[in-house]
Ligand binder design. Structure first.
Ligand SMILES: [Mg+2]
Length: 304
């Protein structure tokens, strides 16, 4: 089963009232219209053995990561988080201290963004073996900035990214990253951002979400990709930057004249890099050493 095919299937089942559901499944957040206000809602889960290791990283780090991932989805729409609820499925023998550590992880991360934990549910696996699982749902508001969708990229737009990519699992960066809520607000307020997503699946995987939902193709310039020092030890650090994921940087598109102004201004504490452009067609290509290579979600091959 592929996540995006499943989301498409869900979209086909849904009969959403457009008066309430402005944006349904398939973006970083859903957008609801309630009481004349646009509200954002997103949910995300982390699993022991997939998104963290309870033995290696501990319960507090797992709690923090679960909140930060959902907050990063609010950032991807340029929203402001309001409150979160969480559910925890605890493994057999889970202690009160571990449960408190998860709470501290969730709450301290939420506190950084004025997003308190206002409810939740704790269940235990009991006799049947099951891993620690934490799910976080966050409600957000728009506060004067229209939600930036994945679907707005246009032919001729530049593709930009914040920060550096790759190797997030070589260190604790996949746990300790700061969701780019304030940065996304600055970008969306000051520039005509046409589409945005946060990098969870990997640069190529997430750029594909923008390209597919926008009905365009994307070209990346290999020499422009900002490679994180965490990926430097790898045999192919470019491959790490393209495919690793969990960088939680902002990936966005915008008109070229706006991009020139943005790259010159560098209005964030973190550097913004132009890494490619939106073109007509379907799919993604990598320009490297004067050659054009076709990118899919796990690798590349020469175009003939
Ligand atoms: Mg996301």
């Amino acid at each position: 089963m592929r996540e995006f095919e499943f989301i498409e299937w869900i979209r086909r089942q849904g009969r959403f009232d457009p008066e309430v559901v402005a944006i349904g499944p398939g973006d970083d957040c859903a957008v609801l219209t309630i009481g004349g206000e646009k509200l954002l809602i997103t949910t995300d889960q982390v699993l022991d053995g997939v998104h963290f290791s309870l033995v290696e990283h501990g319960a507090e780090a797992a709690g923090r990561k679960s909140a930060a991932r959902a907050l990063s989805d609010i950032a991807a729409m340029a929203g402001v988080p309001v409150a979160m609820v969480a559910t925890v499925a605890a493994p057999k023998g889970f202690s009160q201290a571990d449960a408190e550590a998860i709470y501290h992880g969730l709450q301290t991360c939420g506190d950084e963004f004025g997003c308190p934990l206002v409810g939740g549910d704790l269940a235990a696996w009991g006799e049947s073996p099951g891993p620690l699982q934490i799910s976080v749902t966050i409600l957000g508001k728009c506060d004067g900035i229209d939600p930036v969708l994945r679907s707005g990229a246009q032919v001729g737009n530049a593709i930009c990214v914040t920060g550096k990519l790759g190797g997030a699992w070589a260190t604790r960066r996949h746990l300790d990253f700061t969701p780019r809520i304030a940065d996304a607000r600055i970008l969306a307020r000051q520039f005509a951002i046409s589409a945005m997503i946060d990098i969870s699946d990997g640069l190529v995987g997430d750029l594909r979400h923008i390209a597919d939902t926008s009905g365009v193709a994307a070209e990346l310039d290999a020499s422009a990709i900002p490679i994180h020092a965490d990926a430097a030890g790898r045999k192919d650090s470019l491959e790490a930057a393209l495919f690793d994921g969990e960088d939680y940087e902002l990936l966005f598109t915008m008109p070229p004249d706006q991009t020139d102004r943005l790259i010159a201004a560098q209005p964030l504490d973190v550097k913004i890099t132009r890494i490619g452009g939106i073109v007509e067609g379907i799919g993604m290509t990598l320009l490297r050493d004067g050659k054009r290579e076709k990118l899919d979600s796990r690798g590349w091959e020469h175009e003939t």
